[in-house]
Design a protein. Sequence first.
Lengths: 207, 261
Amino acid sequence: MRKYFFAVAAVLAVVFNITSARAEVNAQAARKFVEDVTKDGIENIIDANVSQQEKDARFAKLFNDALDMKFIGQFVLGRYWRTATPAQREAFINAYRELNVKTWSKRFDEFKGRNFVFGGTTPSSSANQIFVNSTVPMEQGEPAKVVWRVKQNGDSFKIVDIIIENVSLAITARNEYTAYIKNNAGGVEALIKDLQKKTTDAPKKKA
Amino acid sequence: MLKKLYLAVALVLVMGSSPVRAEETVPDKFAQQQDDNSMLESYNRAMFSFNNHFNHYVLMPVSRAYREITTPFVRKRVRGLLSNLREPLYAGNYVLQGNLKQTGISLSRFVINSTLGLFGMFDVAEAWGLKKDTTGFDDTFAEWCIPDGPYIVLPFLGSSTPRAAVGTSLGFIFDPVFWTTYHDANVNSKISYSYAALQAITLMEENMDLLNDFERNSVDFYETVKSAYLQNRKNKGCFGKDMSSSVESYDFDFDIDEEYE
């Protein structure tokens, strides 16, 4: 009897395309998505035999395609997102994106010869999200733990956070930026200017 | 030195416990403890700034000089030597944590690397499958479910919490280098200070590039370090077994403003 009930419920769900708030995330596909992103990054950027300029350009593209910057930007700005004007939101997301692209592309060399070893996935309490677990073997000692928070939207996936050794990049940025806005009379406007300044002041990477 | 350190920590805790009204009315579940305690935060920020200056003007130049005069090969040998000296401390803590397997591994590593590995300069044990894994009193306390407490910046030592500070102090006292020279106060202080300095220099040499990079990209370096330090510790020992306290369980399902979607 129960069996039938579940069968009927399943059919109904499919027929009426009921999407609950806790819609199932395709774990297999999410894992493959992150694997492909890291593979692309290592093979076509870090290990590629092209100029640093080309590497930076490729990385910027990968970063934009793989990460949901609007989602991350909104999270990172915290309670100040609501009071920010649409123009400020746009400017903040752009400034935050550019600083991140710059920061990460400087660190490519350190990642040379390393690789991600993918483990399983962990369900998330947030809707349409899942964690993809991986480790990075280190020269000495324990491998580093890297967890990817992935959000599913229809058939496509986006990374919304990277958690390295329990440290979430999104939460760290959120703590940093909300503290800055709180302690700074200039508010969001000043933060955007500072982020832009950090991006342009970043020392150029030797080719 | 240690006594003064305790005094400073105690003083901070007492000062910090006076209730201060948080000015924010809207609670932010991701906000850090600074909202609860502005006295502690102003002390922390001042000490952080002092440490940061000390690092930039003293420790980093020395560490850079150390990097100049040594090769990666030599630095690896020094690191091995220093970490081998602490292996008995790891073993002791694994006993306290009830982890007999790791105790055995640490003790075997100490015996093998101290002899065949030339006082730890070469990690022979690792090649035999005895992988290095470090622990300390702080991990033991976490295993015993002792809560962490607020973020405190210690003079010279940097980021800490009450539990970590007690763990670090016990780590100094039970360090084999400290207690094997304890019978002679003169030798003890000389060796202990040089040993601590060497540890600080090697640690800084390894981490200063990353640290400088973080600082360069941060608009509030104190907040970045604090956030990362606390998140990293959150899942230690008995606290990691409970998924609800894990950093991964934070709700990332906030209201999306429709106009922006």
